[in-house]
Write a protein that binds this ligand. Sequence first.
Ligand code: PBG
Length: 324
Amino acid sequence: MYPLNRNRRLRSSEAIRSLVRETIITPDDFLVPLFVVEGKGIKEEISSMPGYYRLSLDLLDKEAKTLWSMGLKAVLLFVKVADELKDNTGKEALNKDGLMQRAIQTVKNAVPEMLVMTDVALDPYSSYGHDGIVSEGKILNDDTNAILAEMSLSHASAGADFVAPSDMMDGRVFEIRTLLEDEGYHDTGIMSYSAKYASAFYGPFRDALDSAPGFGDKKTYQMDPANRNEAIKETLMDIEEGADIVMVKPGLCYLDIVREVKDAIDVPLAVYQVSGEYAMLKAAAEKGWLDHNSVMLEQITAIKRAGANIIASYFAKDVVKLIS
Ligand code: PBG
């Protein structure tokens, strides 16, 4: 083959490299996670996520406009709920004047064209910090599903375009789809966290929302990091139950799963580059051990190359600033 084949010919200048480049990052790739808090004029940095903030509604309005002006057209909303509103029933999650419901309206008023997705899970509302209703140390599956469906309906009626169940109960996509259909929300989509692993990379996120589990861990509902077969099974089940978009989470350590899932499905695949992935790079860059922007772009490129159609990432703004 050599010297007829010299692979370096296609690498010899930036012009030829960009001509043959397979994976191009654009603002269209991103879903921007946003953390919302009560109050006014609040922009609190999350200590384990340098450069990332919890925003009050007035600043959420501004942020939505900024994102839109940068070409970032989709947000994923999370709320930090006051301790006194947390219980074991998720009742605050259904409050039509709750923080999430007002956050949805705030973004929609600020930028009506913005795609608004909402987190659906009980952990920010749970006095136990779990994603479902707790009884005798167990997380109840079917009782939780009923509330997740009501919660989704509440988000849809507040104006959410997509609901994103991140809880990992069995059958919740079906319950949510059924209730949305029954209530006439035919156009409200579901992005399901389908292959969501019980990962230690969620630590900084739980700092952001003060939502760490009060007892035990999430291993009875989130997936074992050692497993691949069930990632395919979970994803196919969610599609069958009515998910429009499915997700693999976390990102980097799970790119083998991303590729396998992508090859097995015919709906868009989202990948969540989670809080711990963000924190790791920020910390190494702060120490001067890694070049922040190069590593960031390399990671995002790897996630897309592995098969992600949508990337939920705390780096979205940084990346868009870098590539535009
Ligand atoms: C809650 C939820 C979590 C994340 C998204 N939704 C945390 C968890 O499951 O404990 C993690 C996101 C991140 O780490 O960036 N259901």
